[in-house]
Design a protein around this ligand. Structure first.
Ligand SMILES: C[S@@+](CC[C@H](N)C(=O)[O-])C[C@H]1O[C@@H](n2cnc3c(N)ncnc32)[C@H](O)[C@@H]1O
Length: 496
């Protein structure tokens, strides 16, 4: 080993120690130093990926795990780490491929089968998931999580006796494990819940869950907790939980839980965060800032402009970020956005202001004037849960409004735009690119278009609705595939 490599090895040990004790920023800086000294050091990339996973930065983790595999494509562990990170990112399909490669490379390690079982379960592929979990228990008979995995799959398959047997095995091998205790609690309350729903208590289900000792005991958020219960309950026959709860259409708790259950993978903030990291926009414009939850994600941009008549910031934002406390129409009437952007065009915009389609469309018209071909515009709330929460006039607590109409409008009247909707919870995100700041078609025909769409009915059929809204998969790989060209052009046309 030469001196250079020795130094890298020693630094790696130090970085590992820092990672173990949770000093992640310092560990990450050291791993980068190791890579600078020895760019072929596979484990530096891998451990750097681990540090990013611990930090919750899954995109970076995926990037560094992929890099480690470029250096060494024979390591089952590297395939496994990348597979797990991809699953966290919501790209289940690619995750399955890498986890399968881990198994092919090292077929006798139970962990790989267990992990593949989990991803297959998320995909709804229960039989294959059970086969993998069972293989894991053959290789290590005390692997309680694989028994729990089998239990959940049988639950989803409505084979409740089998589910119960596997739960007992999981408890036997790991009676103190928090997750197993949580599921064991879930199963205990399911029967009670079943009786309550059948007797028509409906709404009281919420107070029942609020007061469930199991909910207080575990550290899950209310929505995560209730969604898990709903998911399990909904597999019990003949109860149709959703149907029963839909009798109470104004239950925002229920709507949040439904979106948790029906829109798996990254939530809209996760997608926005990944978009910021991927696009690295020099500037960002957000209409509808509210608490700053999405606006703060733009902290790496040089210029961030927020517009909201009633901002009530709860999150810290970059000191140079500017918030205009006025409506978007007032802003575009009274300010020159290009001056605020110091002469540049918009790189990335997020439209999340007033949730009615005529305003969202007007916001788009204004934003496009300051855009270029590669500008990425994102609309929130374009994939509503149901008819009542997507009405033009608000009647429910959980309300996405009829912003969804903007998607068929742009598809119809601006066919050259590139548009797709990501099914991300709670209510979807639509991405629009290939803009043309000189286009005046929508503004020239604005009143006619608004009249045409004002009474357009909600499309109840799932397939037709998803086609109308150009819904893609909530998969980061897919999003990148669709947006790669935006970056390839190198933002050439950015300057005004
Ligand atoms: C759903 S919140 C935005 C949430 C935020 N983007 C996030 O993800 O955390 C909608 C915001 O739009 C603002 N708003 C309402 N009408 C508006 C308008 N005409 N122009 C700009 N913002 C508006 C509201 O004050 C509210 O704060």
């Amino acid at each position: 080993m030469n001196n250079k490599d020795m130094n890298a090895g020693q630094l790696l040990k130090q970085a590992n120690q820092l990672k173990r004790v949770g000093k992640l920023d310092k560990a990450i800086a050291l791993y980068h130093q190791v890579i600078e000294i020895n760019p072929n050091f596979t484990w530096a990339y891998n451990n750097l990926g681990d540090a990013f996973v611990k930090q919750g930065n899954i995109d970076n983790a995926v990037a560094f795990y992929s890099q480690s595999l470029k250096n060494n494509s024979n390591s089952a562990w590297l395939y496994y780490c990348l597979g797990e990170a991809l699953a966290k990112q919501g790209d289940l399909e690619t995750a399955v491929k890498y986890l399968q490669k881990a198994i092919d490379t090292k077929p006798n390690f139970y962990k790989f089968y267990n992990s593949l079982g989990q991803v297959l379960t998320e995909q709804g592929n229960f039989d294959e998931a059970i086969a993998n979990y069972q293989k894991a228990t053959e290789l290590n008979s005390e692997v309680a999580h694989s028994y729990l995995g089998c239990c959940l799959c049988y639950m989803y398959k409505k084979e409740l006796d089998q589910a119960q047997n596997y739960l007992l095995l999981a408890i036997k091998f790991s009676p103190k494990n928090e997750q197993i205790k949580l599921y064991s609690d879930f199963f205990k309350i399911l029967d009670e819940l079943k009786a309550k729903i059948e007797s028509g208590l409906g709404k009281d289900i919420f107070s029942f869950i609020d007061n469930s000792p199991s909910q207080k005991k575990h550290s899950l958020s209310y929505h995560q907790y209730f969604s898990k219960i709903l998911k399990l309950v909904s597999f019990y026959e003949p109860i149709s939980t959703y149907k029963s709860l839909r009798k109470f259409p104004n239950l925002d708790k229920f709507h949040f839980c439904i979106s948790e259950v029906t829109l798996p993978g990254m939530n809209y903030l996760g997608v926005l965060k990944s978009l910021h990291a991927f696009l690295q926009p020099e500037n960002y414009v957000e209409i509808g800032v509210e608490t700053g939850k999405s606006f703060r994600l733009s902290n790496s941009s040089k210029i961030s402009v927020g517009i909201d008549p009633k901002p009530r910031l709860e999150f810290s934002i970059a000191p140079y970020a500017k918030i205009f406390p006025i409506t978007s129409d007032e802003f575009f009437q009274n300010y020159d956005l290009s001056k605020e952007l110091e002469g540049s065009k918009i790189d990335f915009a997020f439209i999340d202001g007033l949730h009615i389609f005529e305003q969202a469309l007007q916001d788009f018209i204004n934003i496009e004037k300051y855009s270029y071909k590669n500008t990425v515009v994102c609309f929130h709330d374009t994939l509503p849960l149901d008819e009542i929460t997507s009405r033009h006039d608000r009647v429910t607590g959980f309300w996405s409004g009829d912003v969804w109409k903007v998607v068929p409008i742009l598809k119809q009247y601006r066919p050259e735009l590139e548009i797709f909707t990501i099914p991300t919870k709670p209510t979807g995100l639509t991405i629009v690119t290939n803009l043309n700041p000189d286009s005046t078609f929508i503004s020239d025909h604005y009143d006619k278009i608004i009249n045409e769409y004002m009474n357009k009915e909600w499309v109840d059929n799932y397939d037709l609705r998803y086609a109308m809204l150009s819904v893609t998969r909530n998969s980061w790989n897919e999003i990148v595939r669709k947006l790669n060209w935006v970056k390839e052009d190198d933002f050439k046309n950015r300057e005004l």
